[in-house]
Write a protein that binds this ligand. Structure first.
Ligand SMILES: [Fe+2]
Ligand SMILES: [Fe+2]
Length: 355
């Protein structure tokens, strides 16, 4: 492992830009008129109950940095420091992206859909806390993100409201599983607990779980999102996209998971299995992750992605780079299609058992 000398006296740096690629968390906008017009009557009671929970604000005093942060982190160096900072940065951007979307939804829905406007405002509150807390952790490593500047400079991706409901549901639930699995693992293996941020993950993941439940109620309030053939195809697509992205990201950031004493592939597999099981409560279908081809193909995608990164890092002449990358890119697309074609499991059949 390459270790660089710590630089105890180096000043803090505000990072001016965030490198974007297909795996970077995105910033979204949607059709706000359509969002305001959603008929929520089928889930009105559930949403009112969740609004009350959000107002109770159980984590009001949770995101306060304690004395454990008050020390130098210069002993974390080289590849490990880089991997951990990358983890903090991506997590911060992802939390901040949630904040911006919820804030904008709340603003645009005010007066038109008051219940949703209030719920989104409270979810924005939580995500702002999460992003701020992560940014302070980056500060411990003498780097921080200028979130205001990021808001202005980032490109926004348009997603129809239906896609927002599917993908935010999944990202909240996969977020819940990521945080809680790391937390429980470190409870068992305190020797890998290298930074106090992880102490906060237990209550933190409850925020994400609540957000996920709100999106579950929103998905279930719209029958066209679960009782049509199109909804079954879209659910499959978004489940697979979220799982492939997760798998690729975990393998790219394997050093961070190794620092935690986690096997990246085991972690990846457990998060996907749990999220898939959870998604059966909201979506009409869930993926057959026990199919003998499922995880081998998924992991082949992440191996190919690592090859692509290695080619980029070697930086050969442009044409040569594309010639080298093409087979890996085609391989990923091919595996994605084959994974998509694995017949999913019907979640509607489970509905009565689960409730
Ligand atoms: Fe969050
Ligand atoms: Fe969240």
């Amino acid at each position: 492992m390459v270790q660089t000398a710590p630089q105890p006296s180096s000043p803090s740096v505000v990072k001016q830009d965030v490198q974007e690629n297909i795996l970077t968390p995105r910033f979204y906008i949607t059709d706000f008129e359509k969002a305001a017009a959603l008929d929520l009557s089928a889930q009105a009671d559930g949403l009112e109950a969740m609004l009350a929970e959000m107002k109770a604000d159980y984590n009001r005093f949770h995101f306060v940095r304690d004395d454990a942060f008050e020390q130098s982190w210069d002993h974390i160096t080289g590849e490990e420091r880089e991997a951990f900072l990358d983890y903090l940065e991506r997590s911060c951007v992802s939390e901040f992206s949630g904040f911006l979307l919820f804030k904008e939804l709340s603003r645009r829905l005010k007066g038109k859909s008051p219940l949703l406007a209030e719920i989104f405002s409270l979810m924005a509150r939580d995500e702002a806390r999460h992003a701020g807390f992560l940014n302070k952790s980056m500060g411990d490593f003498k780097l921080s993100l200028d979130l205001g500047k990021l808001t202005k400079q980032r490109t926004y991706t348009f997603f129809p409201i239906e896609w927002v409901l599917y993908t935010v549901y999944l990202s909240e639930k996969i977020g819940y599983w990521r945080y809680i699995i790391i937390y429980r693992h470190l409870e068992q293996h305190p020797e890998h607990h290298f930074y106090p941020l992880f102490n906060y993950f237990e209550s933190w993941c409850q925020d994400e779980n609540r957000h996920g439940d709100i999106f579950k109620a929103l998905v279930r309030s719209q029958p066209q999102l679960w009782n049509t053939w199109k909804s079954r195809l879209w659910s499959r697509f978004f489940l697979l996209t979220v799982f492939v992205t997760h798998s690729l990201t975990v393998q790219e950031r394997h050093t961070f998971y190794e620092m935690l004493g986690l096997d990246p592939t085991d972690f990846d597999t457990e998060v996907i299995r749990k999220t898939n099981e959870t998604a059966a409560r909201a979506f009409p279908v869930y993926l057959n992750v026990d199919h003998p081809q499922f995880f081998p193909r998924l992991h082949r995608c992440s191996d190919r992605n690592l090859q692509l990164k290695a080619i980029d890092a070697a930086n050969p002449p442009k044409l040569l780079k594309w010639l080298r990358k093409a087979p890996h890119l085609l391989g990923i697309i091919g595996d994605f299609l084959r994974l998509y074609l694995i017949a999913p499991l019907n979640a509607e059949h489970l509905r009565d058992e689960i409730h």
